[in-house]
Design a protein around this ligand. Structure first.
Ligand code: PLP
Length: 220
């Protein structure tokens, strides 16, 4: 079996090749290594190989493994990429450096409250449900720009990016194009899009970060 460290270097090389192919600047795309379901012993070798940015989709699972890893490696940057319940906003603000899944008024209000209370400000992205899938988190595309504006003006949140997860059974290109267009309209710098199966496509459509789990750590 290929080790996570070998697969990490393969993914890094493929990201670099996709940047070149798309005429993007070298290093324009940030790798977020998605470590959900894997434990500290699986993650540590990838950190030691040089990766510092990781994604987790559950607050509680992340609380179990990341505080110790962050203490050992203080320059770790942890992204929350899964749905955030408002009763977990406190824990999320305390642990995460980027929350990619702001998607409704109540979460925006809770995050603003916790940021003020804790004096700790994770960077924030708004998740857009580009496929309007009923079971999926994210704000509807037609509401996304107004929601970003409300986050800024009503809640005082500095939204710096958009994030999407295209429907599993569709060509992802149009979804990435939609997110890019909404990003321009909402005046955000960052686009978090692309996973193990489609990150090279996402890079061609302007992704500034890709969230890659199974291509590095193996199947879950
Ligand atoms: C699990 C997950 C990923 C990584 O998926 P892979 O297909 O394993 O690369 C990316 N984004 C989100 C939101 C996830 O939950």
């Amino acid at each position: 079996m290929t080790s996570a460290v070998e697969q990490f270097f393969t993914v890094k090389a493929k990201i670099a090749a996709a940047e070149r192919e798309a005429g993007r600047q070298a290093g324009a795309v940030t790798l977020v290594a998605v470590s959900k379901t894997f434990d500290a012993n699986d993650i540590r070798p990838v950190i030691e190989a040089g990766q510092r940015i990781f994604g987790e989709n559950r607050v509680q699972e992340a609380q179990g493994k990341w505080p110790a890893l962050k203490e050992a490696f203080p320059d770790i940057e942890l992204h929350l990429i899964g749905p955030l319940q408002s009763n977990k906003a406190k824990e999320a603000v305390a642990l995460f450096d980027v929350v990619e899944t702001v998607d409704r008024e109540k979460i925006a209000a809770e995050l603003a409250k916790e940021i003020a209370r804790q004096g700790r400000s994770p960077r924030l992205y708004v998740q857009v449900n580009t496929g309007s899938e009923p079971q999926k988190a994210g704000i509807e595309p037609r509401e996304a720009v107004a929601f970003v504006t409300r986050c800024r003006t009503v809640h005082g949140l500095a939204i710096e990016g958009l994030m999407c997860i295209p429907p599993a059974d569709e060509n992802p290109g149009p979804h990435f194009a939609l997110l890019e267009k909404l990003g321009v309209e909402a005046k955000v710098e960052k686009l978090s899009m692309g996973m193990s199966g489609d990150y090279e496509t996402a890079i061609a459509f302007g992704a500034t970060s890709v969230r890659i789990g199974s291509a590095i750590f193996g199947s879950r």
